[in-house]
Design a protein around this ligand. Structure first.
Ligand code: CP
Length: 320
């Protein structure tokens, strides 16, 4: 059966605004399951899901695993170290071997842009991209949208500035596509060395001063400086970066209104964001993490053929 999202979730770029709204709306009833004392419904009982994480992850990997377990799927976690990938087995051979054991879905994080699509074109199981290189991180983009919608009760017309290391960020790309499709105004702010050359083609406003971004925005999505992807020369020093581009309470105090603060994590405290902002009253960083479970439950449910109108009933166990 073809789901409302198609076979796979690889990116937000190819999704329609209706598909994105469907995922956000489907996540709403799933939020409540995580608030119960027994956080489990039988919706995906009998489904087998493999989490293939070839890059480090805390939030995304654990969030997918919680989402799968709360829907009663059987899950297996595979990392490159400790699997035959470390002996040179290819990604496709690994996945085909897993399919031979009759799995239903693969969640994949990989350091190469396009790895999720490459896999999706070669296996029958549903594939969910949990972050591929610098391409996209669609479920992070979706949970960011849900967190913004929770707070502002709309996305249309919202002014969101994505700050920092846009060049290396799959989160930035998913946010830009998702926010624009939902009618938000999107800006980016960072040193020119950390913005893609083709940034103007993405239809976003570019701020070169964080003070101007803060004056303009309803919300800032502050990105981690991806030091592990930098070969050097992008910024003079971490201290200098914080001095010029850091999101600090002093800078936010000069804004004409309260600015909502998001960060996908993990944070470099004292670099792109100061601790009193990350832990302050306008931060929704932990709300993003909470929403991540509901978004991933919604994506798993919809890709498995779950009917959107039955998501509320699925909370009680029915609905596929
Ligand atoms: N936001 C995010 O992708 O975090 P992890 O790398 O910890 O999964």
């Amino acid at each position: 059966m073809t789901s409302a999202l198609g076979k796979d979730l690889l990116a937000l770029e190819p999704l329609s605004s209706e598909q994105i709204r469907l995922i956000l709306d489907t996540a709403e009833p799933f939020k409540e399951i995580s608030e119960r004392s027994i956080k489990k419904v039988p919706t995906l009982r009998g489904s087998t899901i493999v989490n293939l994480f070839f890059e480090a992850s805390t939030r995304t990997r654990i969030s997918f695993e919680f989402a799968e377990k709360r829907l009663s799927a059987d899950t297996v976690n595979v990392a490159s170290s400790g699997s035959s990938v470390s002996k040179g087995e290819t990604l496709v051979d690994t996945a085909r071997n897993l399919e031979a054991m009759r799995i239903d879905m693969v969640v994949i994080r990989h350091g190469a842009s396009g790895a999720a699509q490459f896999l999706a074109e070669r296996i029958e199981s549903n594939v969910i991209n949990a972050g591929d290189g610098t391409h996209e991180h669609p479920t992070q983009g979706l949970l960011d949208l849900l967190t913004l919608r929770d707070h502002f009760h709309r996305l249309d017309g919202l002014k969101v500035c994505i700050c920092g290391d846009v060049l290396h960020s799959r989160v930035a790309r998913s946010n830009i596509w998702g926010l624009k499709k939902m009618g938000a105004e999107v800006a980016v702010c960072g040193p020119r060395s950390l913005l893609p050359n083709a940034i103007d083609e993405l239809g976003v406003t570019v701020f070169s001063r964080i003070e101007d971004a803060i004056q303009w925005a309803d919300a800032l999505n502050v990105l981690r400086l991806q030091l592990e992807r930098m070969q050097g020369g992008y910024i003079p020093s971490l201290r200098e970066y914080n001095r010029v581009f850091g999101v600090t309470s002093e800078r936010l105090a000069r804004a004409p209104k309260d600015v909502l603060i998001l960060h996908p994590g993990p944070m470099n405290r004292g670099v792109e964001i100061d601790s009193d902002v990350a832990d302050g009253p306008h931060s929704v960083i932990l709300n993003q993490v909470t929403n991540g479970v509901a978004i991933r439950m919604a994506v798993l449910y919809l890709l498995s053929g779950g009917r959107p109108e039955l998501a509320e009933a699925a909370k009680g166990g029915g609905g596929r």
